[in-house]
Design a protein around this ligand. Structure first.
Ligand code: IMP
Length: 448
């Protein structure tokens, strides 16, 4: 099995980190291929809690190599902070961590732009970015003329390049109003600071595309770790309330340089309910006691920004869409224990938009805003399930709920998580398999 990938099917924070940590045992290389320091994952291992952002959690295991590829936008200060945090607790990164020379570098101007431009985009709502400079860095990547890649830090013309970019950015900022115009960008200071970062990271920087292709062609097993969730995909998510990279399964090949033909297992990760951080529509959001239950029991506060997450019922319309989009073979349902104690549990299996029943996920955010969930109501369970380790020992209502998720998404539920620790994981030996795929529906184009 050369390549496995783990993709979040919702709006991120699906507890992928725990799953990646477990699956790392079966792989030699863990690959992070998109996003940047906007992601955060928490791994609980042997009673210790680790919070990581860009560096894959595989770093905690001996004999595992971790790769951050060219599809990532890399903030050197943030990576160095993570490395320091690991090394201060006895985890060495040399020889284990590789950073792509093709990765685009986040600079102070990107972080300033993120703050300045995350205004209201449409419908009176801001995107609510993580403020890590992710979008502005990707914008410069696509724009090319103001982009700097990690490999550029080691070139003789690096000082000239910084001078050029700072000059252009200052002129742009001058036209963006008083606040932007007052942002100080000192080319010499930025250059000196980034040279220090460059020296520190130098032993880790290489051509990761060549490394990964060599590894996979010689039989290495790679685990691709998606960041964020597929509903935040720049092309296929709830645009413009998305992140700036391909966070669905479609981004694996372009972000890593490893063609999709090498990936033979795609695990779609969902929470047993829905959460979202930042702006944008979320049809099943519960601003009530149910939402409070999920937030408090699920500790639903952002790992990176500590913002309270918006919480709601499981949205099978959205997850079915992203499971298909990401080529998902099987499902991991995380945080099932959070649902204990609810009398009944709802699953959204369709929407009503302008009075019409719709089973596909709308491509335009305004249609999604008008979508009213059509719920199925299932019985809840009261038992604490966090100590259960076998599928058959789960309460009947929990098994029924998992089976319904599997049916609606058309994929078997093969992994169930009932708590943050590695041990609190159930591998379903009799997975909830669905034989019947949801019937595709193609509404007529609006202008037909
Ligand atoms: P950005 O990625 O910082 O530009 O933020 C764009 C949108 O994606 C915002 O709504 C963020 O809250 C959301 N987002 C980015 N990274 C994550 C993540 O790791 N988990 C959940 N939401 C995220």
């Amino acid at each position: 099995m050369p390549g496995t990938c783990v993709i979040g099917l919702q709006w991120g924070d699906e507890a992928k980190g725990k799953l990646v940590d477990i699956l790392t045992e079966e792989h030699e290389i863990v690959v992070r291929y998109q996003g940047g320091a906007n992601a955060g994952h928490t791994v609980v291992s042997n009673g210790q809690t680790w919070k990581l952002s860009l560096i894959p959690s595989g770093i905690l295991r001996d004999g595992v190599s971790c790769v951050v590829t060219g599809g990532v936008v890399l903030d050197p200060a943030s990576v160095i902070k993570e490395i320091d945090g690991l090394e201060s607790r006895g985890v060495r990164v040399d020889g284990k961590l590789r950073l792509s020379d093709r990765a685009h570098v986040v600079f102070p101007w990107h972080i300033a732009e993120d703050r300045l431009l995350d205004g209201i985009v449409s419908g009176g709502e801001a995107i609510g970015t993580t403020g890590r400079g992710i979008g502005p860095c990707y914008r410069d990547k696509v724009g090319r003329s103001l982009a700097v890649r990690l490999g550029d830090l080691y070139r003789d013309d690096f000082r000239d390049r910084i001078g050029h970019v700072v000059d252009v950015k200052k002129r742009l900022f001058a036209g963006w109003g008083a606040e932007a115009a007052s942002i100080e960008l000192d080319a010499d200071a930025i250059h000196s600071q980034y040279m220090l970062y460059a020296r520190r990271l130098e032993p880790l920087v290489c051509d990761t595309t060549a490394y990964l292709l060599d590894s996979i062609e010689s039989g290495g097993r790679l685990l691709f770790e998606g960041a964020q969730g597929a509903l935040l995909d720049i092309d296929h998510g709830t645009f413009p309330y998305v992140t700036s990279s391909n966070s669905s399964g479609l981004g694996v090949a372009s972000g890593s340089g490893v063609p999709g033909r090498w990936i033979d297992r795609v695990i779609g990760v969902v929470k047993a309910y829905s959460t979202r951080v930042g702006g944008g529509p979320m049809p099943t959001e519960q601003i009530n006691a149910v939402g409070e239950h999920l937030r408090e029991r699920g500790r639903e506060y952002g790992t990176v920004t500590m913002r309270p997450r918006r919480c709601g019922w499981f949205d099978a319309v959205a997850a079915r869409y992203t499971a298909r989009l990401s080529g998902v073979d099987e499902l991991a349902v995380m945080l099932l224990d959070v649902l204990s104690g609810l009398d009944e549990i709802r699953i959204c299996s369709a929407y009503t938009i302008d009075g019409r029943r719709v089973e596909h996920f709308p491509s335009h955010v305004d249609d999604l805003r008008r979508a009213e969930p059509v719920y199925e109501t299932l019985p809840g369970w009261q038992e604490d399930i966090s100590a259960i380790r076998r599928y058959d020992d789960l309460p009947a209502a929990a098994r029924r709920y998992l089976a319904r998720i599997g049916e609606l998404l058309g994929r078997p539920v093969s992994i169930v998580s009932v708590g943050p620790d590695r041990e609190q994981t159930i591998l379903a030996d009799r997975p909830a398999v669905s034989k019947s795929w949801p019937r595709p529906q193609h509404p007529a184009p609006a202008n037909a």
